[in-house]
Design a protein around this ligand. Structure first.
Ligand SMILES: CN1CCCC[C@@H]1Cn1ccc2ccc(-c3n[nH]c(N)c3C#N)cc21
Length: 229
């Protein structure tokens, strides 16, 4: 059963990259099907409006609930998981990507403006799995880029999508630290040599060096990922 993904957005063109590279191949292989829906197709006024002023005042506009209700109703099943990207959401992570990769149907609601009327989440929460997710502690202009990131991180974990599943095994052993540095030919580049151990053929020494490098990098760049932190 392929993973089905429906993306609802006012900027369908944002998702053209999903036809390229690994994501494109995953669709061609039938492991994943991705459909992009223009929210404005689900409006009923001649201006195809999707936003209005916020109750309670405040700057900006809020996305009205009805177009979202019409759009989600058009694709939802009882197997659906509704993903709502928002800076207020739980943090998206590799374990969450792995969960989504094993879902049957994902619906991504890409908000813009100040966000989507909260009643959309409230309406679907009793009916299906609804997850408000954030990709990090910085503010984007909308949910589209976050959706692209979450789709790519999740779809690459769908069994059969990655040509070499070995890289996933390595990745899973990598956690909780960060990746060790990688090198390829030429052995010397602009006077800089590849670390000698990597040319030695001593796999135990290489594994030890890579583990050390991962710890050094994690300590310097991401001490929050160190065990016991
Ligand atoms: C700027 N503008 C007023 C402040 C509130 C957000 C709003 C913009 N905006 C509208 C819908 C929407 C969805 C996701 C995100 C988002 N930002 N950062 C993340 N990690 C995100 C995720 N995932 C931003 C969004």
């Amino acid at each position: 059963m392929p993973l089905r993904i429906d993306v609802i957005t006012i900027f369908p063109d944002y998702f053209a990259p999903l036809q390229l590279s690994l994501m494109g191949k995953a669709q061609q292989s039938g492991l994943v099907t991705i459909a992009i829906h223009d929210l404005r197709e689900f409006t009923s006024d001649r201006h195809r409006s999707v936003d209005d002023t916020p109750y309670g005042g405040g700057a900006g506009m809020v996305m009205t609930p009805e177009p979202w209700g019409q759009a989600i109703d058009a694709v939802v099943t009882d197997q659906s998981t509704l993903i709502v990207p928002t800076p207020a959401g739980k943090l998206f992570s590799q374990p969450v990507a792995a969960e989504l990769a094993h879902s049957t149907h994902l619906i991504f609601a890409c908000g813009r403006y100040e966000g989507i009327d909260q009643r959309v989440v409230e309406y679907y929460r009793p009916r299906i799995d609804v997850r408000e997710l954030s990709i990090g502690d910085y503010v984007l202009a909308g949910g589209d880029v976050a959706t692209l990131a979450m789709i790519e991180a999740s779809v690459r974990l769908v069994p059969g999508v990655l040509g070499n599943p070995e890289s996933l095994v390595e990745e899973s052993h990598q956690l909780p630290g960060v990746e060790y540095p990688s090198y390829t030919k030429p052995p010397t580049w602009r006077g800089l040599d590849v670390p000698e151990v990597l040319l030695s053929g001593h796999h135990d020494q290489i594994a030890r060096w890579r583990a050390e490098q991962s710890t050094i990098r994690t300590t310097h760049n991401r001490p929050d990922l160190l065990p016991g932190s």
